[in-house]
Design a protein around this ligand. Structure first.
Ligand code: PGA
Length: 253
């Protein structure tokens, strides 16, 4: 079975102490995860070591960064490199979140470089894609997402593409309380898998985890994750509340 992943995206929320408390509460539940299940916590940079330390002894729990820069090293004040993440044993990095694309102007080309730098450093990218409401309204979402994948990912070898996790996050569903319907999520996930199969092969397409993101909550996670092509979720708001994220981890297939 493909890896099923509940990924928390804390964004720029919580103090260090609140973050510690949240992780402690979640870990106290002792949710035992199957071989094919992962709980991943994408925390702010200053909390990475703390989260890594708390999660490191726990089977199938992992820490993620929320971004890294598209240069190896150098005079880029305020930026963090993939190599730095590797040096503190971080296993995942979210890339191309729609907030990064919108507010920090990250392009598909820059993201391609970030993905490469993560892969070079043994870090699994959680690559985000997804359309705006206006694109969905004219029915152009499939082509839009396809271009994002083509320009950022589809030049990688099959071996490399298999190492990437994809998160489909329709922008109109992020932080709005407006979730994609199970049918809309399944339809896009199946489409993403089909284009990977076309570009690579069915085996590669079947092995890649595709997460859904956008107002995943404790009360809709089970239904969303039950779709055959939805392999878990990337969760913002609901990942900040212990009981909610616990329920979301438990909702994994
Ligand atoms: P949300 O955010 O769950 O608050 O909609 C999801 C995300 O941006 O990853």
């Amino acid at each position: 079975m493909r890896q099923q992943i509940a990924a928390a995206n804390w964004k720029m929320n919580l103090t260090y102490q609140q973050g510690e408390e949240l992780l402690d509460k979640i870990l106290k539940e002792n949710i035992s995860l199957g071989e094919h299940q992962q709980a991943v916590f994408a925390v702010p940079f200053p909390y990475l070591s703390m989260a890594h330390q708390k999660l490191s002894g726990k089977k199938n729990y992992a820490t993620s960064a929320q971004n890294c820069y598209d240069q190896k090293a150098g005079a880029f004040t305020g930026e963090v490199s993939a190599e730095m993440l590797k040096s503190i044993n971080i296993r995942y990095c979210v890339l191309g979140h729609s907030e990064r694309r919108e507010y920090f102007h990250e392009s598909n080309q820059s993201l391609a470089t970030r993905v490469k730098l993560c892969l070079d450093n043994g870090i699994t990218p959680i690559f985000c894609c997804g359309e705006t409401l206006s694109i969905r309204e004219v029915g152009a979402q499939e082509g839009y997402v396809e271009t994002q994948l083509m320009e950022s990912l589809f030049h990688f070898s099959e071996e490399d593409i298999r190492k990437i996790v994809i998160a489909y996050e329709p922008i109109w569903a992020i932080g709005t309380g407006k979730t994609a319907t199970v049918e809309q999520a399944q339809e896009m996930h199946a489409h993403i898998r089909a284009i990977i199969a076309k570009k690579y092969d069915q085996n590669a397409a079947d092995s890649i985890s595709i997460l859904y993101g956008g107002s995943v909550k404790a009360n809709n996670a089970k239904e969303l994750f039950s779709s055959p092509d939805v392999d878990g979720g990337l969760v913002g708001g609901a990942s900040l509340v212990a009981a909610d994220f616990i329920a979301i981890i438990r909702a994994l297939k």
